[in-house]
Design a protein around this ligand. Structure first.
Ligand code: 5GP
Length: 174
């Protein structure tokens, strides 16, 4: 069987939406500094592009979590693979995610980060699949709400492939 990718959100639409999100964040954090936490690896492209459109001072840190499960579903048991390099206490933190699916990974992650006493903690996701939610998560900035399909591109992978696609596509096997 071959993997087939059907475009869901074009490169132009993704770029435009990220620009709008960057402008919104710049407005909301006017006069402040933001500390972006990129959740590796899926959020890397989104974080870099978004940061370029934020006009207030930006600092960046990276975290890697692994959610045990198979290639298309997370199990909800989350393990920190790489922790942050810097303390977030007193900072205006925005967690940058590629996609919120069931919400399990993020509800765990946000709770963990909250315990480190940031001044504020917000969540920005490129994609959201609300139909799949089993764990309540408050999303502050959303790029696109999408249907319950497995998507790749713009950082999202299938077996580590397709992250470099400049658009979002639905992956199917034919
Ligand atoms: P959650 O804990 O919300 O169920 O899972 C979030 C993680 O599952 C995402 O960060 C992502 O790594 C993975 N994931 C969920 N849906 C998709 C999808 O449609 N495509 C890809 N490539 N990964 C997904």
């Amino acid at each position: 069987m071959a993997n087939v990718i059907k475009e869901l959100i074009s490169e132009k639409d993704v770029d435009e939406k990220i620009r709008i999100l960057g402008e919104q964040i710049s407005k909301d954090y006017e006069g402040k500094e933001v500390h972006l936490i990129c959740v590796l690896k899926g959020s890397i492209f989104f974080t870099c592009e978004l940061a370029k459109h934020i006009s207030v001072p930006v600092t960046l840190d990276f975290m890697s979590v692994s959610s045990y499960g198979n290639e298309k579903n997370s199990s909800g048991v989350v393990r920190i693979v790489k922790d942050l390099d810097e303390n977030i206490e007193g900072k205006e933190v925005i967690v940058i995610e590629d996609i919120v699916d069931t919400g399990r990974t993020l509800s765990y992650l946000l709770q963990l980060l909250q315990e480190r006493h940031p001044k504020s903690l917000a969540l920005c996701t490129l994609l959201d699949k609300p139909e799949r939610r089993t764990h309540e998560v408050e999303v502050d900035y959303t790029g696109f709400q999408i249907p319950d399909e497995f998507v790749v591109g713009y950082g999202l992978d299938y077996a580590q492939k397709y992250r470099n696609l400049p658009y979002i596509g639905v992956l199917t096997e034919e």
